[in-house]
Design a protein around this ligand. Structure first.
Ligand SMILES: *Cc1c(COP(=O)(O)O)cnc(C)c1O
Length: 289
């Protein structure tokens, strides 16, 4: 079952109290145990579109630990589609990887391709599904205008307004959706993205493709990647361990750990005005396999 709207809960730490900030968490991690967070939101209108086109086979691609692949496998199963995941990298023993094991359990077919072949997504789709009239292609991460539209809907669920809304960014499609939701609802909220990969200045350019309005009131923080995508640091791991021990919800090192770490650092540096109301979006990615 899909649980929407997701709840908003307070996030109180020594630092939020000391600096006089009211912080909250949008618990999109609770939407579904495996179709988590922004990945469900991105799939919602995408799947509606596939149904409207009478396509019942979802084809997508990603890495062997991709939250999007996992979400697609479960969503396909739940909403009556068959699914194929094109996986980057050498053939893996799917039983050794919890993500792929669960995908297989949901009926997803897996195709493994090397990194060179993986680069040309259109060619891959044509090669395997060019003659399959039932196949519906979903880009990496579920990114598209429809994906972005689903994310924007989050803003209409919010019980109150906030000065800032923060999210972790892998491609910043989610950040763009949040920005679109903010402008569609005529809010003055600032959107803050925390890049989880190194040298991510390109994200501002890439997300522009999805933005309905101008890029005012968006800030991308690129200094909290901790050595790069899916990489970590001792400070980050210590922060996450402490968080998971102290709070009643969990964060992980790839996305949400970096988000909460960045928020706390910016808070301690005095970069968030006292009295601000801040919403942190928990985009999911924490699985109890
Ligand atoms: C995919 C993912 C993101 C990144 O979303 P983008 O739209 O690519 O920026 C953030 N958090 C979690 C948990 C994710 O799975």
């Amino acid at each position: 079952m899909i649980q929407l709207p997701s709840p908003v809960t307070p996030y109180i730490t020594e630092a939020t109290l000391k600096f006089g900030i009211q912080a909250f968490v949008k618990r999109d991690d609770l939407i579904h145990p495996f179709i988590s967070g922004n990945k469900y939101r991105k799939l919602k209108y995408t799947m509606e579109n596939a149904k409207a086109l009478e396509k019942n086979h979802l084809v997508t691609l990603g890495g062997a630990y991709s939250n999007h692949i996992l979400a697609t496998a479960y969503a396909a199963n739940l909403f009556g589609f068959t699914s194929t995941g094109i996986i980057r990298g050498e053939e893996l023993d799917a039983t050794q990887n919890a993500v792929l094991r669960h995908c297989t359990k949901m009926g997803m077919q897996l195709i493994f391709v090397d990194r060179t072949a993986y680069r040309d997504k259109a060619a891959l789709f044509a090669q395997y599904f060019g003659t399959d009239t039932n196949a519906y292609f979903i880009d990496e991460g579920g990114n598209s205008d429809l994906g972005c539209k689903g994310v924007a809907e989050m803003i209409t669920e919010l019980p109150e307004t906030y000065d800032q809304i923060w999210t972790a960014c892998g491609t910043a499609c989610t950040l763009a959706g949040i920005c679109n939701g903010i402008s569609a609802n005529n809010l003055h909220t600032k959107a803050v993205g925390v890049a989880v990969l190194k040298n991510a200045e390109w994200m501002m350019e890439d997300m522009a493709e999805y933005l309905i309005n101008s890029r005012e009131n968006i800030q991308l923080l690129t200094q909290y990647a901790h050595n790069g995508y899916a990489k970590s640091s001792n400070e980050l791991l210590e922060f996450i361990e402490n968080h998971n021990f102290t709070h009643n919800f969990k964060i992980e090192p790839v996305y949400t750990g970096k988000l909460f770490y960045a928020f706390n650092q910016e808070l301690l540096k005095g970069n968030i005005p006292s009295g601000s109301r801040v919403l942190l979006v928990h985009t999911g990615g924490v699985f109890d396999f």
